[in-house]
Design a protein around this ligand. Structure first.
Ligand code: ZN
Length: 228
């Protein structure tokens, strides 16, 4: 009588830590995990280049159309984009790296209730397959591999803030572009030197607000650095 010993070996993917029963399965897991890691790296290299290049809200829209096609093979059309320059409410959205201030609840911490930016409507159409970019969060819309919608653009292009409205592929939503997220736009639209040449009351308010935003950003980031 011979004793048979069944060997059970589990392999663990070094990236996602999933256990697999065969070498072939672990090889497949590793390959797809590496693919996602590569995509994530490319995405994180790209993610802020668009907002840093845009010189106006029209230009931002043009760049979204161009790069959605070039990078992700996703088609975008805009019929309307936010274009009213004003102080925009920070209850639900805020510039990258700065806090919202829901209904002024954090006024006592010195948080701002408004930031200068463009408000208006995003209206248009998106079509194409949502690419798998690992940790990229497509919000309530997306599942990788399904048809792209407005949530795809929001995830791909920081600086685009969506408010209420509807739509995946055919969308119509409120939106805000905060000037702080677009350094070139800010230079072009509200350059302090130009403001001195034409001291219009509204422009003056905008410039003064930008100065308050600068001060707030500085103290907020100093505090964050201390808290870490
Ligand atoms: Zn894996």
């Amino acid at each position: 009588m011979s004793l048979s010993i069944e060997r059970i070996v589990f392999y663990k993917c070094p990236i996602c830590k999933t256990q697999r029963k065969t070498e072939r399965l672990i090889q497949q897991c590793l390959e797809s995990c590496l693919e996602i890691q590569r995509a994530e790296k490319i995405h994180s290299d790209r993610i802020n280049t668009v907002r840093l290049q845009a010189t106006s809200s029209e230009h931002f829209a043009e760049l979204i159309i161009k790069y959605s096609k070039e990078w992700y093979n996703v088609e975008v059309r805009f019929d309307s984009i936010p274009d009213r320059l004003q102080l925009c409410n920070a209850s639900h959205n805020s510039p990258v790296g700065l806090p919202t201030n829901w209904c002024g609840r954090n006024d006592d911490k010195g948080y701002l209730s408004y930031y200068l930016g463009y408000s208006g409507n995003w209206k248009g159409e998106v079509s194409g397959r949502i690419p798998n970019l690992g940790k990229v969060d497509y919000g309530t819309f997306g599942e990788v591999g399904r048809w792209a919608g407005i949530a795809f653009i929001e995830a791909m292009f920081p600086g685009m803030n969506l408010g209420s409205g509807n739509g995946g592929q055919n969308f119509r939503q409120d939106g805000i572009l905060f000037m702080r997220d677009f350094p070139l736009m800010r230079e072009v639209v509200v350059h302090p030197a130009l403001m001195l040449l034409s001291p219009d009351a509204v422009e003056r308010e905008h410039i003064e607000h930008l100065v308050r935003e600068d001060e707030f950003e500085k103290t907020y980031k100093q505090k964050q650095a201390r808290d870490i």
